[in-house]
Design a binder for this molecule. Sequence first.
Ligand SMILES: NC(=O)c1ccc[n+]([C@@H]2O[C@H](COP(=O)([O-])OP(=O)(O)OC[C@H]3O[C@@H](n4cnc5c(N)ncnc54)[C@H](OP(=O)(O)O)[C@@H]3O)[C@@H](O)[C@H]2O)c1
Length: 303
Amino acid sequence: MRTMKFGPTDQNVDAVILGAMRINNAENPQAVIETAVDAGITFFDHADIYGAGNCETIFGEALKKTSIKREDLFIQSKCGIVPGKLFDFSKEHIIEAVEGSLKRLQMDHLDALLLHRPDALMEPEEIAAAFDELATSGKVKHFGVSNQNPSQIDLLEKTVKQPLVANQLQFGIMHTGMIDSGIHVNMTDDGSVDHDGGIYHYSRLHDMTIQAWSPYQYGFFEGVFIGNEKFPELNKKLEEMAEKYNTTPTGIASSWILRVPNMQVIAGTMNLGRIKEIAAASEIKMSKDDWYDVYLAAGNILP
Ligand SMILES: NC(=O)c1ccc[n+]([C@@H]2O[C@H](COP(=O)([O-])OP(=O)(O)OC[C@H]3O[C@@H](n4cnc5c(N)ncnc54)[C@H](OP(=O)(O)O)[C@@H]3O)[C@@H](O)[C@H]2O)c1
């Protein structure tokens, strides 16, 4: 497993994260965790809302059945979404959410906590107070955000003392807005539209790690593009690259993301074979030529 620095810290983390959002659909959650760890993936991503809390419970129970030690894992969770109702970054909600996650996971600390989706009414002082309390009690080691733009991060950083190490954002071959706008600067085509305040370059400038969520989906959870007949040209290219790099199309879709500086990939598969393919793909370094070929095969254009 390739490792990388976690944001500006000295903490080394795996390039590949296994997301636990779908672990409530796994036939054998224990085998999922064991397969991931055997393949070198020790970083797991959770959220208090996944499966309405069940995903953390299932993970915590399954982990107990393995011989894997908690200290050998990097466990991240997220909070701040109250499904269908509001986004809540109040101090009270953040602390309660972490307590809930720790209880369900049967753990005494999280290695990282991310604020899941921006709360329009957020008060940075409250977030800072919550982070201070969680850091001082040792319940959370690192802090970050998810789905936030540069201004929102700057606003938080006015008051939050701890470095914001990571930002979880949707990114993959079929979801490239974050890099398109940088390629199309000063043009008037669709690719030039800046959807996120230049978050990709901001993250590089500020040493924030980007964690790419739903990396194999197109649209917003519309489906998987790999092997999908809606994308014949892309799949032809993925097959060709898979042969060249001695991997699979899923491996190429993963190494394509990991070729972008500062990126981790969060895979959501519960398929044991795919977990191994994705873990192994972290060692592949695609050439620039091939990376751009895949970008173009996905239907993108260069100015
Ligand atoms: N911060 C946020 O707002 C946010 C939002 C969504 C997700 N996330 C995080 O991102 C993680 C990944 O999200 P995701 O599960 O939507 O992403 P994903 O990895 O793109 O999708 C995984 C799903 O695709 C299926 N799949 C089918 N063919 C596949 C192939 N060839 N390769 C890989 N997967 C294939 C998997 O089924 P099988 O299990 O059968 O392989 C699984 O159901 C989540 O677990 C969560 O941790 C964060």
